[in-house]
Design a protein around this ligand. Structure first.
Ligand SMILES: NC(=O)C1=CN([C@@H]2O[C@H](COP(=O)(O)OP(=O)(O)OC[C@H]3O[C@@H](n4cnc5c(N)ncnc54)[C@H](O)[C@@H]3O)[C@@H](O)[C@H]2O)[C@H](O)CC1
Ligand SMILES: [K+]
Length: 239
């Protein structure tokens, strides 16, 4: 497989990475370049909110897990609410079980009065023109289980436009395999670099800038030149 799997509209090649490589990029960004997780997440959430606003008007439901992916989704809910958009959140677990960055994002939403519930009943009770899929990203471990799987199965029966953050939840970010239930989104907003597992994604794919310095990629021997004129760029598979 050509590791430069994707290209921008003007033909710039963009290197795709595995989940393990992306995790290493995150580690180097934080430990060696002093970029914090919350900084990257803010860029992810703001970019994601912009894309959500492009796909449709109407009620937005953000599905969020407890990891970095969920944190980005919760952050996008703040940006959407700040613009007066009708947004609510459905978590895959009770808020009391959130930790770290996802907890930080949740607490802000709670203080803002954005509705946050958990479980599939909450999703089915809501009208959703747009579903933001931020349950699981490159941290997927095995087939989707529990409440995350139930939520993903319910999304398949909704007549809503679905935007996934980073990778569709349930899809293996490295191989593109679906070991169990998986979201089939209309649009994916992937972060920093495309993931190798997105090669077979049939919908729209956008790469969002989370402001990782070029030196991070180069220190890991990845071919990189900044593809961003704006804060995101459309990608297509390299034929
Ligand atoms: N620099 C970046 O790219 C940044 C990426 N961000 C986002 O963070 C995720 C990766 O975060 P991580 O915490 O490592 O993992 P996930 O959120 O993808 O997954 C953990 C989450 O998922 C649940 N889970 C895992 N496997 C299963 C399963 N089989 N069934 C059910 N649930 C599962 C687990 O319990 C956790 O809730 C990356 O994709 C980006 O979206 C940062 O936000 C910014 C920097
Ligand atoms: K996701």
């Amino acid at each position: 497989m050509d590791e430069r799997e994707f290209q921008t509209a003007d033909g710039q090649l963009v290197t795709a990475v595995t989940a393990a490589e992306m995790r290493e990029i995150d580690r180097v960004a934080v430990e060696e370049f002093g970029v914090t997780l919350l900084q990257m997440m803010e860029n992810a959430g703001r970019n994601l909110a912009w894309h959500v606003r492009q796909v449709a008007a109407g009620p937005i439901v953000v599905l969020a897990g407890s990891g970095g992916n969920g944190g980005g989704g919760l952050c996008s809910a703040r940006h959407l609410a700040n613009r007066g958009k009708p947004v609510s959140v459905v978590l895959d677990r009770p808020p009391a079980q959130l930790e770290g960055a996802a907890r930080t994002q949740y607490e802000t939403l709670d203080a803002m009065g954005v509705p946050v519930e958990n479980g599939v009943g909450a999703l089915l009770d809501r009208e959703a023109d747009i579903v933001v899929d931020a349950l699981v990203g490159y941290g997927l471990a095995g087939p989707l289980r529990g409440s995350a799987a139930t939520l993903v199965d319910a999304v398949a029966d909704l007549d809503a436009t679905v935007v996934s953050l980073d990778v569709p939840s349930g899809l293996d970010a490295t191989t593109g395999e679906r070991p169990g239930s998986a979201v089939r989104p209309d649009r994916v907003v992937t972060l920093a670099l495309p993931k190798t597992g997105l090669a077979a994604h049939p919908g729209e794919l956008f790469l969002a800038d989370i402001a990782i310095p070029a030196g991070v990629f180069r220190s890991l021997d990845l071919t990189y030149s900044n593809p961003f004129e704006e804060y995101w760029v459309r990608l297509t598979r390299l034929e």
